[in-house]
Design a protein around this ligand. Structure first.
Ligand SMILES: [Zn+2]
Length: 369
């Protein structure tokens, strides 16, 4: 933690002057960004690792430290951290500038990667979608200034063009999924569900671990019967009585991705507040006993990458059910994949508060709320 009590009060003290300086610097930044990102200027190494200072209580138009720095992943990480900390009390022009910087940065990196190796298009698509979503969000804001609006609109257009032209790069939501009508889903009961309270910020993965599972033989019919079984259990179960299947997506061992609950509604898969802004994905099978198939894991990776791109969800926010409460779900063999996807150690064990529902969960693996 940086101990510089003077820095935020100094920023407040310059007050009106910093607005002028800020506008001037923004002009400089615009000039630099149109001139290209080839500047050799590098930030002092010390700045990179420094944690952000505590945010000031009053709205601040202090010039962000990252403004005008050459593009790098380190800079984008700093901008993200600024948005989550001191940027929360910054004026709209700087917050918008920060988001514009993030989306423009992602777009620039995606273009460079596509130029270097067009075969990477499917991987780059995730980044392009994140950039496009960022520009689109900005364009909905009324406090965007004229220059920012122009840059956001150009960025959105270019990202859309690259997405359409890049082989294998699907538009958002276009990952091949099987519609509810095709697998014979029961009609949902919206009165029994909550609308999502905002964009999704995490993903939780489950296994179905049915006591009496439908035997899958690769035919769509069997998979669809299994999905209907899970939905019925969620909607008619004594403990559940959900308005719909609890998960947003189901994946079968043959790599099929089935649409579950509409993403407009919060899922019912991780219990209570754990469901808030949390996409639920269930792989059909019991992965304490079996290993998930390559086809299922391939589909899972594509789906998770797609969702992360669509909602800007960091890799660290991809969980196994057991990371949120005491349960064996999603099974040891699937959990290993999740830990490796996240790129690190398992999450901290759940707190004692979350232990309570364990008994119910082990009796009925379908009780997921
Ligand atoms: Zn689960």
């Amino acid at each position: 933690m940086r101990s510089s009590p003077g820095s935020s009060s100094a920023a407040r003290a310059v007050g009106g002057r910093s607005a002028q300086v800020g506008t001037a610097l923004l002009g400089l930044f615009l000039a630099l960004s149109t001139a290209g990102c080839r500047s050799t200027q590098r930030p002092p190494a010390g700045d990179v690792a420094e944690p952000p200072p505590p945010y000031a209580p009053a709205q601040s138009d202090a010039v962000p430290g990252w403004l005008g720095e050459p593009l790098s992943w380190e800079k984008l990480a700093r901008v993200e951290s600024w948005l989550a900390n001191e940027g929360r009390t910054a004026t709209a022009i700087w917050r918008n500038e920060a988001e514009l910087t993030l989306s423009s940065g992602r777009l620039t990196f995606a273009r460079r990667e596509l130029d270097a190796d067009p075969a990477k298009a499917p991987a780059v698509a995730t980044r392009l979608r994140a950039a496009k979503a960022g520009f689109d969000r900005l364009l909905l804001r009324e406090d965007l200034n004229a220059g920012q609006r122009r840059r956001a609109s150009e960025g959105a257009e270019l990202a859309a063009k690259l997405l359409a032209g890049a082989p294998g790069a699907r538009p958002p939501g276009a990952i091949a999924t099987i519609a509810r009508a095709d697998w014979g889903a029961l009609r949902a009961k919206p009165a029994l569900m909550d609308r999502t309270s905002g964009p999704y910020s995490r993903i939780t993965i489950h296994h179905s671990a049915d006591n009496d599972p439908v035997v899958l033989d690769g035919s769509p019919g069997r998979t669809f019967a299994a999905a209907r079984d899970i939905q019925r259990a969620h909607m008619n179960g004594k403990e559940t009585r959900y308005g719909d299947i609890g998960y947003h997506f189901l994946i079968d061992p043959f790599g099929r991705v089935l649409e579950g609950r509409d993403l407009a509604y919060q899922g019912a898969h991780a219990m209570g507040d754990n469901n808030i802004k949390n996409v639920g994905i269930c792989l059909i099978g019991n992965f304490d006993q079996d290993k998930p198939s390559e086809a299922a894991l391939g589909a899972l990776r594509r789906l998770v990458d797609d969702l992360r791109g669509r909602y800007s969800i960091p890799r660290e926010r991809v969980y196994g059910h057991r990371d949120l409460r005491v349960t064996r779900c999603p099974g040891e063999n699937l959990n290993r994949w999740i830990v490796s996807y996240r790129g690190g150690a398992p999450q901290a064990p759940p707190t004692a508060l979350e232990v309570k529902p364990q008994a119910a969960a082990s009796r009925s693996p379908r009780s997921v709320r």
